[in-house]
Write a protein that binds this ligand. Structure first.
Ligand SMILES: *[C@@H]1O[C@H](CO)[C@@H](O)[C@H](O)[C@H]1NC(C)=O
Ligand SMILES: *[C@@H]1O[C@H](CO)[C@@H](O)[C@H](O)[C@H]1NC(C)=O
Ligand SMILES: *[C@@H]1O[C@H](CO)[C@@H](O)[C@H](O)[C@H]1NC(C)=O
Ligand SMILES: *[C@@H]1O[C@H](CO)[C@@H](O)[C@H](O)[C@H]1NC(C)=O
Ligand SMILES: *[C@@H]1O[C@H](CO)[C@@H](O)[C@H](O)[C@H]1NC(C)=O
Ligand SMILES: *[C@@H]1O[C@H](CO)[C@@H](O)[C@H](O)[C@H]1NC(C)=O
Ligand SMILES: *[C@@H]1O[C@H](CO)[C@@H](O)[C@H](O)[C@H]1NC(C)=O
Ligand SMILES: *[C@@H]1O[C@H](CO)[C@@H](O)[C@H](O)[C@H]1NC(C)=O
Ligand SMILES: *[C@@H]1O[C@H](CO)[C@@H](O)[C@H](O)[C@H]1NC(C)=O
Ligand SMILES: *[C@@H]1O[C@H](CO)[C@@H](O)[C@H](O)[C@H]1NC(C)=O
Ligand SMILES: *[C@@H]1O[C@H](CO)[C@@H](O)[C@H](O)[C@H]1NC(C)=O
Ligand SMILES: [Cu+2]
Length: 596
């Protein structure tokens, strides 16, 4: 019997393993019926006009320009170390934060300061680390963006580093290690920032993290694929860190069948907010709920005018907030399903399942609902003509600078097969973070073309026209900004902008697969991204597929370098580099990939 038919056909849905073995011994309740519903905001704040953000509203305040400053600090202590866990029943050594898989939830109000003290206890073997706060703009603190070789040196083994930044956007986010592909080992978690309401709903069920899952250590995977054409197949697909596995495929590892799936509660007639996050390494997800329609209300940190769908497409790094009306009866149970697209990605077990129980349902029963059929099999996000931001904002009619970028795959000068942007693959140097060099006035690196720095000088606005002819889709993520997606499609862009007064905005967008068999102009795919250069710093723009960024699909955008040199950077940044220099001078750092 296959895994899915054994789960779907089971008499009851009682997990064979406790939460402490599947998701870590330190008290994570994510994915269990004990997970608390979230409140509209944290109340231990000053509440001018009744809200932490005062009179600001989603319709009239820019979600990325008008952040309040509440003066409230939310502190967290994160210890990163290796632990044995079995999220799907296969016992493996993972790299976890505070012993939890996924990592602890960060929750804050818009305008609060999030302060996270990270201690690197990764041992046997030791590794550097650093944490990136996906989607946070970091306008006041570009050095806390968490990218080794760009904004900081890695945190050395046994080292401690405190990130401190404003929750300058609101909605559903996540954080993850940006050191090599380390996050695929478990170094990630949800980050929820409460802001002005922009849709009505009764209950906030909190994060729903979906991710492809690999039993092997990320290091072994990267070692196997770097410089080659091999693609790794994920072993499983998880919702909030849970799913069962077919132990016949465990390749000799300890495996316990029926480890258990995540469970959620619905209340008849009520509306429920689900915060979908693709925290995977490679897999593009198609998310559905049997017999229920979803209303999309935000993409990444950008609220949108609500629209209905029966399937949500999520590239790696993307988030979508949906509202689901509980239209069933009080004793009903339904399946939530997320599929790794086998057209767009590579997996040996595509389907993740979680159970939804209505208020009077027996929470041990196996749902008997029928899967939603959907026709969206492409590797694109929803059509940008239907994803309209709630807060209206037009890009400049004519960008100050336009940069064409061509994605390709091929041999580098030493014959390794790598990903390239404009014929150059990225390779990091952990010892020389670009932001710190730029702060010292050094913005030109003629001997280091592999750093892939695009210096846009004083340009006030930038347009990136990204082309691709290779047969993969790529979720492209820009740090420090929410870009406008002014166009996407196949062939050559003809200059037409979708909804010029208010195009789609977000921080990660899929570029669909090109068709290498078709000669131009038919075979290319493209996305066109505009942003205002209002954030002096060095901002990575990269594919979020862990294996692609490992193989160099990455550039650095240097924005307003003159303003970078005027910033006063905290001395902890230089100290972290001295500590890393000491560590790397006395130990071999096996940088197997681009570094990111
Ligand atoms: C709930 O379902 C389980 C499994 O089918 C069953 O063993 C149990 O008796 C049921 N509980 C109630 C209260 O009906
Ligand atoms: C997983 O393996 C480790 C190391 O062999 C062992 O200490 C631990 O008890 C195992 N966990 C389970 C649930 O079998
Ligand atoms: C880190 O601490 C552990 C335990 O004290 C020690 O064994 C290890 O050598 C230390 N590593 C470094 C790089 O200092
Ligand atoms: C690496 O490749 C070898 C040879 O193909 C294979 O036996 C091994 O399982 C692979 N390891 C991982 C982690 O993919
Ligand atoms: C080519 O890529 C390989 C694999 O990432 C790397 O080790 C090597 O240094 C690269 N060569 C050059 C010239 O950048
Ligand atoms: C649920 O969906 C199935 C399959 O599409 C359909 O047959 C059934 O009528 C639906 N039930 C409800 C309660 O909507
Ligand atoms: C996963 O799928 C690939 C491609 O179909 C196959 O070569 C490989 O053997 C599979 N691995 C396992 C563990 O089933
Ligand atoms: C891909 O599918 C989505 C639905 O999920 C649709 O909105 C979009 O138009 C499709 N894109 C293309 C290029 O066909
Ligand atoms: C791309 O780079 C390679 C060296 O890695 C060089 O041989 C080749 O001429 C370049 N191609 C183009 C079109 O610039
Ligand atoms: C800038 O930094 C690069 C990389 O460390 C170095 O090679 C170069 O000499 C520096 N330039 C100046 C003017 O210091
Ligand atoms: C440009 O492309 C868009 C989208 O493919 C199409 O709808 C439009 O008709 C084209 N306009 C011109 C002038 O070719
Ligand atoms: Cu990619």
């Amino acid at each position: 019997m296959t895994l899915l038919s054994s789960i779907l056909g089971a008499a009851n849905l009682i997990a064979s393993l406790p939460q402490s073995i599947t998701n870590g011994k330190c008290g994570s309740v994510l994915g269990t019926l004990d997970a608390p519903r979230l409140q509209p905001f944290l109340t231990n704040n000053p509440l001018p006009h009744g809200y932490p953000w005062g009179k600001r509203t989603a319709e009239e305040s820019s979600p990325h320009g008008d952040a309040p400053n509440t003066g409230v600090i939310r502190s967290f202590n994160f210890e990163i170390a290796r632990h044995w866990v079995a999220p799907d029943g296969v016992n493996r050594s993972a790299t976890l934060i505070n012993g939890q898989y996924p990592g602890p939830m960060i929750e804050a109000n818009w305008g609060d300061t999030i302060q996270v003290t990270v201690t690197n206890k990764i041992s046997s073997p030791e590794e550097g680390t650093s944490l990136h706060w996906h989607g946070i703009l970091q306008k006041e603190t570009p050095w806390f963006d968490g990218v080794p070789s760009v904004s900081q040196c890695p945190i050395a083994p046994n080292g401690t580093f405190t990130y401190s930044f404003r929750a300058d956007v609101y909605g559903t986010g996540w954080y993850h290690s940006h050191y090599s592909a380390q996050y695929a080992n478990g170094v990630f978690g949800p980050m929820i920032i409460h802001g002005p309401a922009h849709a009505e709903y009764d209950y906030d069920l909190g994060p729903v993290m979906v991710n492809d899952y690999f039993h092997d250590d990320y290091y072994a995977i990267v070692q196997n694929i770097t410089g080659q054409i091999t693609v790794p197949y994920s072993d499983n697909n998880l919702i909030n860190g849970k799913m069962s596995f077919d132990c016949a495929l465990a390749r000799g590892r300890d495996c316990i069948p029926n480890a258990g799936v995540s469970k959620f509660k619905f209340t008849t007639g009520k509306t429920h907010r689900l915060r979908l996050i693709n925290s995977g390494a490679e897999g593009l997800q198609k998310f559905t709920i049997d017999n229920h329609t979803m209303t999309v209300i935000a993409n990444d940190f950008v609220p949108v005018k609500p629209y209905d769908t029966n399937v949500v497409t999520l590239g790696v790094g993307q988030r979508t907030d949906v509202i689901v009306k509980a239209t069933g009866c009080s004793t009903d149970a339904y399946w939530m399903r997320s599929y790794i697209s086998t057209t767009c990605s590579h997996t040996n077990q595509s389907t993740a399942l979680a159970a939804i129980y209505y208020e009077d349902a027996n929470t041990s029963t196996t749902p008997k609902s029928v899967a939603t059929t959907f026709t969206s099999t492409n590797c694109s996000n929803d059509d940008i003509s239907i994803t309209e931001p709630l807060y209206i904002e037009a890009p400049p009619a004519k960008p100050a600078f336009t940069q064409d970028l061509e994605i390709s795959f091929g041999a580098n000068e030493t014959g390794a097969l790598v990903w390239k942007m404009n014929n150059q693959s990225f390779l990091a140097n952990y010892n020389h973070p670009l932001l710190l060099l730029a702060n010292l006035g050094n913005t030109s690196y003629p001997y280091d073309p592999q750093w892939n720095v695009y210096n846009f000088g004083r340009s006030k606005s930038i347009r990136l026209i990204l082309h691709s002819i290779d047969p993969f889709s790529h979720p492209m993520h820009l740090h420090g900004h929410n870009f406008w997606v002014v166009a996407q499609g196949t062939g050559r862009w003809n200059g037409t902008i979708t909804r010029p007064h208010n195009p789609q905005r977000r921080d990660t967008q899929l570029i669909d697969a090109g068709n290498p068999a078709k000669l131009e102009p038919g075979g290319e795919s493209y996305i066109v991204l505009d942003f205002i250069a209002d954030n002096p710093g060095v901002w990575p723009f990269h594919c979020h597929v862990a294996w692609h960024v490992s193989d160099g699909l990455y550039i650095n955008i240097m924005e307003r370098p003159c303003d970078i040199s005027e910033r006063s950077i905290p001395s902890i940044m230089a100290q972290t580099c001295r500590d890393w220099a000491y560590y790397s001078g006395h130990n071999v750092v096996n940088q197997i990939d681009s570094g990111e």
